[in-house]
Design a binder for this molecule. Structure first.
Ligand code: Z57
Length: 871
């Protein structure tokens, strides 16, 4: 590797080589020097926040050493590099994760152990905990100081975060590329039962996890025109795009440590800043203020994350974000490639670029522009390189989430890119015409340009398919669905092999070891794996199966669950202004029923809350008919129904569902007649760090989307990994979860995806009459039982079912949902041993859903990339 340092200076560099801390002693020294030098504080003003900063800086120092070595090693080895382009990385907190991942010990066990006989070379979380104690701090309190890096909305963004963890753990030479939003997803407040959004300015204190690369600045152009004064030139020959607005993309790197490996990969996030160029025309006109203001606007590009999940708002600023990020990332990738002086034909062997949804589709167009316009390569030669480089992951079949940009808007912002899109489409349609002559209908169906209405649109998913060599869905059912529905014509054109499935996964480091240390400890002890190697090879968990019916083990298993339920009960009490709604006395016999995820009609939180209302009404009915509370408890045993999740700020129905949950909670929790048989709570501001407390505490979690709408779901995997059972529809990854853990260990209900179309169709015409139970619920809603001040408040939720065709099939699945909830009660309360057996077997067989497996599949079947292992 090249260097500017003369050979004779090497000695000095080697003599003063930086070293990682590896003992408690060395850590303490680092910590204190960061308090003094980095923070300019001292023993006299070091609070928990300062301790968090100093600890993070110290840990970061270790990571940076390995980061540098990893980059050198990966460059020297010159294997294929993988780039994961995602507009969202929902990372959560970094410190605890780094402490867990950077552990290098091979002999000490670190959870709950008070063993202080850690020797040199063992950098473990436990060592740091003890050292911090020596320094006067409690690790758990210090960890709480870190704000979540909430640069994502939901599943898609969290998936990207799990992926970078697994890429580093698997030693893949892989970088993530994203945007460094100044404001992540909004913080959610609940005021009078309504969601209120408040800004998440997460960079309030300096962020110890980012390395600012002020030297890496990429100029990005927008607007302007294409110079066509040379009449010889066509749109497929090298063209000059004269940009009209210019901003700079600045790199910020986050180190991504792998688990039990010294590989530290990079997550590069771009922020926008004004160029130092000045608009002298304006300035000379005396318009100094305007000229400065225009410059200031640059920063708005990376100011805020769009807060929609599974919905395309189509705003110009969003398109600007997308191009800004794609152009900066590609410039960076191409720059690195060119250092090697390889021929362009080798580009696809050197580089794989994965597109996380259609958000980075412009990267395809940008690479074609770089090759044709800047590198002056022939069009078709370039296009061959492009299509061999890219692969596209689809995450949804929902129409409202599929991106399409008005041709006018795209052409205004990126005039040269629109030309290239038209030419890509032209050559594509020609090839279709050749294969299926005279099929005009087919041509209009698969054209990148939609011409159905006045406005013409660019269909980004079609462009992504055409520009990629592989397209994958995120769970088996979903990957089958895209082949038979939204992309069926492309299967006809390209053949089925272009389309593949890679079922999602989650990282067991964060979602088991970090979130549920007690369960992790019990597992490692039981399967005799003191070094937690099962976190790398989850098939080891199958060894738990033989204890599934072992009573002593079941008791320990149940104790862990109780611990986690108490931990959540504490959080809920804290969030409820110190008022405890959960009866600690009975917590062992109280079923924790949890649904936490983005609020969306297709995810059907409305079905859940209708079920809760139904349960409440039934309890009341029984009591009114004279049954004793004990008698009622036999039919409706104790339950706490927990909800959480954000609604997009502009999504009226989702916000109404949140309000309904809170209104029901208010009525039910205040009803002394039912005692503690039923409690309802909406956890405000659901995020990654809250998920780490919530997930381990579930007895039951709900994954109840209308069949065919949830592409995969990933929280279903998290709950199973923590010993929770699932009530769910035959949708997304629920299907494979059932296959892996066994159909006896999951509560499935509802209509199948193959029947959805017909059911929806029927709703348009006939009115089959709603199920009796649902009628009671809707009547109660209509009567204002949960909205005394405004009895029509929930009208839209009722109307959607009664008068608008019940698009999400709540009425069709209602009875089967209620019946299945009854079954849940039966098993949980009448046969606890059976329940625990199901729970243990679930964890024993959850291994498939590790994101390590998932990344390996991407590497083998899509990227053709191999790990670069440290010596
Ligand atoms: C998003 O979070 C998902 C899909 C999208 O198209 C967008 Br935009 C955001 C989710 C799916 O809804 C989940 O089912 C899936 O598990 C997740 O992406 C990760 O694949």
């Amino acid at each position: 590797i090249e260097t500017k340092i003369p050979a004779q200076s090497r000695e000095v560099w080697n003599k003063h080589k930086v070293q990682k801390f590896s003992t408690a002693e060395e850590f303490e020294e680092k910590f204190i020097s960061h308090v003094e030098w980095t923070l300019a504080r001292s023993l006299y003003n070091c609070d928990d926040i300062a301790a968090y900063q100093a600890t993070s800086q110290s840990v970061r120092d270790n990571l940076v050493i390995d980061w540098n070595k990893t980059q050198q090693r990966q460059t020297a080895r010159d294997g294929k590099k993988v780039y994961y382009l995602s507009l969202e990385f929902l990372m959560g907190r970094a410190l605890d994760n780094a402490l867990i991942n950077m552990r290098t010990d091979t002999s000490t066990h670190d959870v709950g152990s008070t063993d202080e006989t850690l020797t040199k070379g063992n950098t473990s979380r436990e060592m740091i905990r003890n050292a911090m104690k020596q320094l006067g701090f409690k690790l758990e309190d210090v960890l709480e100081q870190e704000p979540d890096a909430a640069l994502g909305n939901g599943g898609l963004g969290r998936l990207a975060a799990c992926f970078v963890d697994s890429l580093a753990t698997g030693n893949y030479p892989a970088w993530g590329y994203g945007l460094r939003y100044q404001y992540g997803i909004f913080a959610q407040k609940i005021i009078n039962g309504y969601q209120v959004e408040t800004p998440d300015y997460w960079l309030n204190f300096s962020n110890p996890w980012e390395i600012d690369r002020w030297e890496i600045q990429v100029p990005i152009n927008f607007y302007g025109y294409v110079d066509r004064s040379d009449k010889e030139k066509t749109t497929i020959s090298p063209s000059d795009w004269i940009g009209g607005e210019r901003v700079l993309a600045v790199a910020h790197d986050m180190p991504i440590p792998g688990f039990k490996t010294s590989t530290v990969n990079n997550l590069r996030l771009w922020s926008a800043k004004p160029t130092t160029e000045f608009d002298f025309a304006k300035f000379n006109n005396g318009d100094y203020k305007n000229s400065v203001e225009q410059q200031q606007r640059a920063e708005s590009i990376t100011a805020v994350l769009y807060p929609n999940d599974n919905f395309d708002q189509g705003k110009e600023l969003r398109l600007k974000q997308q191009y800004f990020w794609c152009a900066a990332s590609l410039h960076d990738i191409v720059r690195r490639f060119k250092k090697n002086k390889k021929p362009w034909s080798e580009f696809p062997e050197a580089i794989a670029i994965q597109l996380n949804d259609t958000h980075p589709t412009l990267a395809i167009v940008e690479l074609q522009r770089i090759l044709v316009d800047l590198e002056k390569l022939e069009w078709h030669y370039s296009w061959d390189i492009v299509t061999k480089t890219f692969a596209y992951t689809n995450h949804t079949v929902m129409q409202e989430a599929l991106e399409k940009w008005p041709v006018g808007l795209l052409g205004h912002l990126l005039p040269r890119h629109l030309e290239i899109i038209y030419d890509i489409n032209w050559f594509f349609l020609q090839s279709v015409e050749k294969k299926f002559p005279h099929d005009v209908d087919l041509l209009s169906k698969v054209s990148v340009i939609e011409e159905a209405s006045q406005e013409r649109y660019v269909r980004m998913a079609f462009l992504a398919i055409i520009g990629s060599h592989k397209v994958n869905g995120v769970a088996e059912l979903h990957s089958d669905l895209i082949k038979t529905t939204i992309f069926q014509d492309f299967v006809k054109i390209y053949g089925a092999n272009k389309f593949t499935n890679v079922t999602n996964g989650i990282t067991p480091r964060r979602w088991l070891k970090q979130a549920n240390p007690k369960l992790a400890e019990l597992i490692s002890e039981t399967i005799n794996d003191p070094d937690d190697d099962y976190l790398l090879d989850m098939s080891k968990l199958t060894a738990l199966s033989k204890y599934a019916e072992d009573e002593a083990f079941q008791t320990k298993w149940n104790d862990v669950k109780q611990f986690n339920k108490l931990r959540l009960a504490d959080l809920i009490k804290h969030l409820n202004d110190g008022v405890d709604i959960i009866d600690r006395e009975h917590i062992r016999n109280t079923l924790f029923d949890i649904q936490v995820k983005r609020i969306h009609e297709y995810k059907r939180q409305q079905l859940n809350i209708f079920g809760v209302i139904h349960r409440y009404l039934s309890i009341k009915e029984l009591l009114q008919s004279g049954a004793s509370i004990e008698k009622v408890a036999e039919r409706y045993p104790r339950k706490v129904s927990i909800f959480g999740g954000k609604s997009a700020p502009g999504y009226y129905m989702a916000k109404l569902i949140i309000k309904l949950v809170n209104s029901v909670a208010e009525v039910v929790n205040a009803d002394t007649e039912i005692q503690d048989l039923l409690k309802v709570f909406f956890i405000p501001d659901y995020n990654v760090s809250k998920a780490e407390i919530i997930t381990p505490a579930s007895d039951l979690s709900e994954h109840i989307s209308t069949a065919g709408t949830e592409a995969s779901g990933t929280s279903n995997m998290k709950f199973v990994m923590n010993g929770g059972l699932i009530i769910g529809t035959v949708d997304g990854a629920n299907v494979e979860i059932t296959r892996e853990i066994g159909e006896d260990n999951i509560f499935l209900f509802g209509n199948l995806s193959e029947n959805v179309e017909e059911l929806r169709y029927k709703h348009q015409f006939s009115n089959p009459g709603l199920p009796e139970g649902l009628v009671k619920v809707l009547n109660a809603l209509e009567s204002g039982a949960f909205s005394p001040q405004n009895s029509s408040e929930f009208r839209p939720l009722i109307d959607s079912i009664k008068h608008q065709g019940d698009y999400y099939l709540v009425s069709d699945d209602f009875d089967s949902y209620i019946a299945t909830q009854d079954l849940v009660d039966q098993v949980y309360h009448k046969d606890k041993k059976e329940w625990l057996k199901k729970s243990i077997l679930s964890v024993a067989n959850v291994g498939f859903f590790s994101s390590d497996r998932c990344i390996e599949e991407y590497a083998e079947t899509i990227w053709n990339a191999e790990p670069v292992k440290p010596e």
